[in-house]
Ligand binder design. Sequence first.
Ligand code: BDR
Ligand code: CA
Length: 312
Amino acid sequence: MKNIIYDCDPGHDDAMALFEALAHPEEINILGISTVGGNQKLENVTKNAQHILSAAHSKIELASGQSQPLVKEFYPATNAHGDSGMDGHDFPAEDANYPISSLNAVTFLHKKIQSADDLVTIVATGPLTNIALLLKTFPEVKDSIDKIIIMGGGLDHGNITKGAEFNIWTDPEAAKIVFTSGIPMVMAGLDVTERAYFTEDELQELDKKGPISAIAYDLLSYYYKSGKQFGFKNSPVHDLCAMAYLIDPTLFTGHIYSVDVVTDDSEARGMTIADKRKLPENKNSTLVLLEVDRERYRDLFFQAIEKLDQEN
Ligand code: BDR
Ligand code: CA
């Protein structure tokens, strides 16, 4: 059983990662979920998390965290995720009554990690603002963290700029703190997440199967259409890679490098750079995922949704 915390900014693909996590209670003990401003402003993404957790009749504690990047101005990803941050499905208004902790996410995560009975894995699929603040404010938590699995970055190319990926570009200073913390990292960046797509025909299989597949179908259909503006033939479900790696690392292959983040004020701001030289001083602590077995990745998700349909 793996203890995890999940920090996210739902987000269509964050929502799918959350569904996949909720379908694996035998393997994953979710200690808490936290939200961070990213795809939309904090209040929107927190409400979206409430909707997903309510739909799955979850009891996991939720806390909201930082609304703004550490240094940079905040720019939501409205073009990809819509005004709500998770457009495409009408959720019942009462779902937004899901309880929210009175603690800020940084304090909440510190408490959850310190009171865990074993090491904790952090899965983070939004800007790394909450996680950077956690590591800076409570450095003692480092000894209790097994690894940090993120969706973010990309060695080959970017999406929000030609070189930078949205989550890292949104808060490069936070990402640098996390990547250089010395904690083992797994990076599901665009190199792999753009290979982790579902086809339109595959999405049709979710239509009208049950209460959770209905939500997944609506959200993924919206995301599929919005992906067209970025030139995608099929819709990559980026954040799902981070959760799928946690559940079944054999779906992926990659390479371990020393990865850093560009924080200077140039057109490279927010880029992730791997030092591939074999220098003795390189701290090779980031497993960069590069390939995915897409069929098995898809099956893991569809089985998770089917299980949640039966339980709800
Ligand atoms: C990442 O940015 C967000 O829009 C998605 O939720 C994902 O985390 C992809 O670049
Ligand atoms: Ca996200």
